[in-house]
Design a protein around this ligand. Structure first.
Ligand SMILES: *Cc1c(COP(=O)(O)O)cnc(C)c1O
Length: 368
């Protein structure tokens, strides 16, 4: 990496290791010579029921207008999101996935040498986006049980700290922080530090802390949500941030004019109104997660009790079990890059998929 071209590149890119996504179904189908429909993907916390049928119908109509640029201001979707939370459109920014809003935060607030606080087993994109802007990621130790430690996060704050990520439920651990822990943290937070509540799995919670109150109170806070998980629109790339009008105004300046495509906005708008589909997804998730956790317990496998649509389970050798499951047409996520080499993360599927996964797991763990 000392070639003339690398010398021209931003130095922080040398260290940057690209994100390792869940293995695509098409890849494994090609490798095994199988039809894509015979492969089970439980690797990226996607909705096993697919998108809302209402979202699909709306997008089908919108396809005919693919020649027109989308509404770059995202008027209707931002209005609908704002109305749902009792906010104004000025409090909403859309992203090409909430991942893109994480990047906007970097453009807006991170300078070389700044610090970003995450927990030890945090979503990889926080680190990647910090690195992109030359900021240092401080990953603080967790409490026992992989629970994010907000007191430790407070203690790690320095004058260079710009962003603190609070992820609840957390990916890849599935753990949550309580409303009381968040309140205590927010009460003691020094000025000049922006709190990012990443709530990609919020809709799977029965009793979620009200973090939007900090947005309403005008605190330095942003809440991130996405249509990729419970809404089943991961392929379309649409998510959003909720914050003060001033913070949104700043973030809006960092984005490309048409960052979210029109199909995604139309699908998200229809999906948002389809409460029934979200309810059904949550019910399938609750049942499947309980099933997986019961089976792990019966098999004497250590797992982290989850509040999201996936479960982290200790299989001894994550890479090996991942590879053996692939041979059986099942894709889960090995956790090496998350500093958890003994573990795999499995997304909750339909009950049929969950059963096939558990049967295959039992075989994969024999004769090790
Ligand atoms: C999935 C996920 C996101 C959002 O992903 P997008 O598809 O970009 O909206 C954000 N944070 C965490 C922790 C996630 O797991």
């Amino acid at each position: 990496m000392t070639s003339a071209l690398w010398q021209l590149a931003n130095p922080q890119l040398r260290e940057l290791v690209s994100y390792e996504p869940g293995k695509p179904i098409e890849d494994l189908a090609r490798e095994l010579g199988l039809a894509p429909k015979d492969i089970i993907k439980l690797a990226s916390n996607e909705n096993p029921l697919g998108p809302s049928p209402k979202a699909v119908a709306a997008m089908r109509d919108a396809l005919e207008r693919a020649n027109f640029y989308p509404d770059g201001g995202g008027y209707y979707l931002r209005e609908a999101i704002a109305a749902k939370f009792g906010l104004r459109r000025e409090n909403v920014i859309l992203g090409s996935g909430s991942n893109e809003v994480i990047e906007f935060l970097g453009h807006a607030f991170l300078r070389v040498g700044d610090e970003v606080i995450t927990s030890h087993h945090a979503f990889a994109v926080y680190y990647l986006m910090a690195q992109l802007f030359g900021a240092k990621t401080v990953a603080v130790a967790e409490r026992p049980g992989f629970v994010q430690d907000l007191d430790a996060a407070l203690a790690a704050i320095t004058p260079r700290t710009r962003l603190v990520y609070i992820t609840s439920p957390n990916n890849p651990t599935g753990t949550v922080v309580t409303a009381a822990e968040i309140e205590r943290f927010m009460d003691r937070l020094p000025p000049g530090v922006i709190v990012v509540f990443d709530e990609a799995y919020h809709e799977f919670l029965d009793d979620a802390p009200d973090t939007l109150r900090y947005v309403r109170e005008g605190r330095l806070a942003i809440v991130l949500r996405t249509f990729s998980k419970i809404q089943g629109l991961a392929n379309l790339r649409v998510g959003y941030g909720l914050a003060s009008a001033e913070m949104i105004e700043i973030l809006q300046k960092t984005r490309q004019p048409f960052n979210v495509n029109g199909l995604a906005m139309v699908g998200a708008l229809a999906g948002l109104a389809d409460e029934e589909h979200q309810k059904r997804t949550k019910a399938v998730t609750d049942e499947g997660r309980a099933f997986l956790q019961e089976r792990f317990a019966a098999l004497r496998l250590e797992y982290v009790p989850s509040h999201a649509n996936f479960v982290l389970v200790n299989v001894g050798d994550g890479k090996l079990v991942f590879a053996r499951l692939l041979e059986k047409g099942i894709i889960v996520r090995a956790m090496n890059s998350y500093k958890l080499p003994e573990w795999v993360r499995v997304s909750v599927g339909t009950m049929e998929e969950n059963r096939r996964f558990v049967d295959a797991l039992v075989e994969a763990m024999e004769n090790r």
